[in-house]
Design a protein around this ligand. Structure first.
Ligand SMILES: NC(=O)c1ccc[n+]([C@@H]2O[C@H](COP(=O)([O-])OP(=O)(O)OC[C@H]3O[C@@H](n4cnc5c(N)ncnc54)[C@H](O)[C@@H]3O)[C@@H](O)[C@H]2O)c1
Length: 338
């Protein structure tokens, strides 16, 4: 599989391309408008100079690739994905799939015209701990509630506190993860509290089509040097939670132990916990970047991957994002189409 990659910035350079290079692919062409980044990443991955492009259209027109990956930015994801699909090339794009749901729908329409898949980088689904907990949560007889926190720091927003980047680059991840856990949201209500310029708190309430309720807290007022994520799904006498994308706890319905001198942990009743051994000398990627790229390659090879987020999931997440922003603006609950 010959991959043409657009965008050699921080995320592609540090996370995506090293994980892609572990898979059975050739990074056959690279593009970035920044000559220094293009040359650094080109050298790192052995891409010949003749296959490094400053203009993404030249990469797309040069041929010699089977698929396109990109990690650039919202508007470029829309325009470059549509251009790649117009040339019959399937796409992996980082989130967000455009600036809003309309952009995401335009990409989906281009994918349908081309008959080629577009995968969106919602890798939270693929973190090992999240995946374990998603499998449990989706197996609960009832999914009654979601509670979660997904925080970040004001680093990017103090300079430009319009928060567009926060919504598009940060919040969108959980607007894919929460429906994956709880099913389709039927109604959403968002409240904002600005502690200071650049320090925004959002409380987002969901009513899910299946009857469950949820609250997601997101904000830009925590240090990125602390754990940033926690979530829990409760069923009926069972609940699963994930802390810091690597610690899973599953609670069931055990009896009390206080009066039982012979008390032991009971298989199938007491809590279970899982976390990875981070010292194992294998190139594991518990955040999910490797797993999502592997899923993309499976799709390209025609192997079914129903867990892989496609542009349909991108459209759904962006519709929830648009609704969340409308609600935060008006203070009213917003109903989502059925
Ligand atoms: N899934 C995640 O965990 C995660 C983490 C970080 C970033 N991201 C996403 O990845 C994308 C890139 O983020 P980043 O932090 O690497 O940003 P970045 O600014 O470091 O990288 C973007 C790169 O794209 C290049 N570029 C801009 N316009 C271009 C064009 N028209 N053609 C070719 N190259 C162009 C820039 O020169 C830059 O090198 C964003 O959409 C972001 O949301 C995802």
């Amino acid at each position: 599989m010959r991959i043409g990659w657009i965008g050699c910035g921080r995320h592609a350079g540090e996370m995506l391309l090293p994980q892609l290079a572990r898979l059975d692919v050739e990074i056959a062409a690279l593009c970035d408008i920044d000559a220094e980044r293009l040359s650094t990443i080109g050298r790192r991955h052995g891409v010949p100079e003749a296959r490094r492009f400053a203009d993404p259209m030249r990469l797309l027109d040069a041929g010699g690739i089977d698929a396109v990956g990109m990690a650039v930015g919202p508007l470029q994801h829309r325009d470059l994905a549509i251009a790649a699909l117009g040339r019959g090339l399937p796409v992996f794009m980082e989130k967000p799939p455009g600036r809003n749901a309309e952009d995401a729908r335009a990409i989906a329409a281009a994918a349908a015209r081309a008959g080629k898949p577009v995968v969106v980088g919602f890798m939270k689904r693929f973190s090992t701990a999240n995946r374990i907990a998603i499998n449990h949560a989706r197996g609960f007889g009832a999914r009654a509630s979601f509670l979660g926190e997904y925080m970040t720091a004001p680093t990017y927003f103090e300079r430009d506190p319009d928060y567009t980047g926060f919504y598009l680059h940060h919040c969108v991840h959980y607007l894919d993860l929460v429906p994956r856990l709880m099913g389709k949201p039927a109604e959403i209500r968002a409240r904002r509290h600005e502690l200071a310029p650049g320090k925004l708190l959002l409380h987002v309430d969901f009513a899910f089509a299946g009857g469950g309720l949820g609250t997601l807290v997101m904000g830009t007022h925590q240090s990125r040097a602390t754990p940033m994520e926690w979530w829990q799904v409760m069923g009926d006498h069972e609940r699963v939670e994930v802390r810091n994308v690597h610690e899973v706890r599953l609670y069931r319905a055990p009896g009390f132990k206080v009066d039982d001198p012979a008390a032991r942990l009971v298989e199938g009743e007491d809590a279970m916990a899982w976390e990875p051994n981070l010292t194992v000398a294998a190139n594991e990627d518990h955040k999910g970047y490797h797993a999502i790229l592997a899923a993309w390659l499976d799709l390209l090879a025609g192997r079914p991957r129903p867990d892989c987020p496609t542009i349909a999931d991108g459209v759904a997440a962006m519709e929830v994002l648009d609704a969340m922003l409308r609600s935060a603006e008006t203070g009213e609950a917003v109903r989502l189409p059925g």
